[in-house]
Design a protein around this ligand. Structure first.
Ligand SMILES: *Cc1c(COP(=O)(O)O)cnc(C)c1O
Length: 233
């Protein structure tokens, strides 16, 4: 089998092992292949192995790949997820070309995505990005403002709020990784208590997917472990 196929198989094995270790059903843990900086052939390669969900960070780069791979889309369940920081002048392109957006972090962006979402497409599936760890360098709304933003998103007609996303501070220690992910899970519980029930936790990348699964991840975003090391970022 080719490298991407082997890598995908290895990632799925890691997911299965981690799920087994905490008594979860691996079928409830989705895998998004993060293809940023890799070209359309890499995406097509993963698609050939049955991978349908892809994550992209940069609008222009993503639009080119989506156009080149449009022939795969009709009967193939191709599903594009936008996971990068969002500038407001890019909201229309995102709303028109993606099924999911994981990085909604302020009301203005949510409002613009909703008004730009074409009527003939399904509702745009949305996660709110939370800045767990309150790092200056990272986007995401502050944890104590997540509920307020969730109320805004829930009220918008063309968005469907599905869950929360986070990229916690980098740590090589599983116990520390789990503490950050647990904070996001706690915010999800608080929102449920306030009447906003969510079914998605978008957490876990190549280096910490096991810890994320232990804390309830339902969508993993994995790049390096599938496509290899990125030259630029
Ligand atoms: C790049 C990126 C990933 C994938 O990270 P890897 O460590 O390569 O698995 C996941 N989520 C976001 C938001 C990213 O930007």
């Amino acid at each position: 089998m080719d490298l991407i196929g082997c890598n995908l198989q290895a990632v799925k094995q890691r997911i299965a092992n981690a799920a087994l270790a905490c008594g979860r059903n691996p079928a409830n843990i989705g895998l998004i292949a993060v293809s940023k900086t890799f070209g359309a052939p890499a995406v097509a390669g993963a698609h050939a192995h049955g991978q349908y969900a892809f994550g992209e960070n940069y609008v222009q780069e993503a639009l080119e790949k989506i156009a080149v791979l449009a022939h795969l889309a009709p009967d193939s369940r191709m599903e594009w997820h936008f996971i990068g920081p969002i500038q407001s002048n890019k909201t229309r392109a995102i709303a028109e070309n993606f099924a999911w957006v994981h990085s909604v972090d302020r009301p203005k962006i949510a409002e613009r995505l909703s008004s730009a979402r074409p009527a003939q497409l399904p509702l745009l599936q949305v996660c709110i990005q939370v800045n767990i760890g309150n790092e200056n360098s990272k986007s995401g709304i502050a944890p104590d403002q997540a509920l307020e933003l969730a109320r805004v998103v829930v009220a918008l007609p063309r968005l469907r709020l599905r869950g929360l996303m986070a990229i916690p501070p980098a740590s090589e220690h599983p116990a520390q990784q789990r503490r950050y992910f647990a904070q996001l899970r706690q915010i999800k519980d608080e929102l449920a208590g306030a009447g906003i029930a969510l079914d998605t936790l978008s957490i876990g990348m190549s280096g910490d997917l096991e810890a994320a699964i232990m804390e309830g991840a339902t969508l993993l975003r994995v790049g390096t472990a599938i496509f290899g090391q990125r030259l630029k970022d």
